[in-house]
Write a new protein. Sequence first.
Length: 195
Amino acid sequence: MPGRPRSEQASRAIIAATLEMLAEGVSLDSLSMEAVATRAGVGKATLYRRWSNKAALISDALVSLYEPPVPVLRRSVREELTTAVDDLRRWTRDSIAGRLLTHFTSGPCCSPELRAQYFQSVIEPKKAVFREILRRRIVNGDVHPSIDIEATLWIVFGSVLFGYALSEGAGEEQFSSDNIVDLILPGISSASPPQ
């Protein structure tokens, strides 16, 4: 149909502008529909035809960040976990989705609905990679079957995401992916069952 490619292009430009502005440090409170329209190079009417308010726009922008989980190549349990932690650290540091972490995990400016959307679209696919490794390693006998997988994920993600939020990459050499895995592996290994 005539006009459809232009319409889709405008929607993509609006979503991209929203994410770029947030990643550049514009707060959720300060982000305005007018500023997004200007950045995207579209009129306000074009934006408002697609999204009636800022919350709806940000919600759709977060949905656009969804990436399916990418399985880790099968190696030793330590190598698999270290690779997954490396990927999580790199994603947190280098991707727009990772750089939006502080917007949606702290402070009163983020609604519970947007926080939940961020976790569902952005964080959950990353956690799925670790779940798959741990579940497979339980079946293989490398990881003790009584471990709490979700608690283990809290430890890994807390180490990486909270560390990034506090230091934004500072001190990486002192607290590496190897350090994180070496700290958790003895507690989940089948050779040393949890107490």
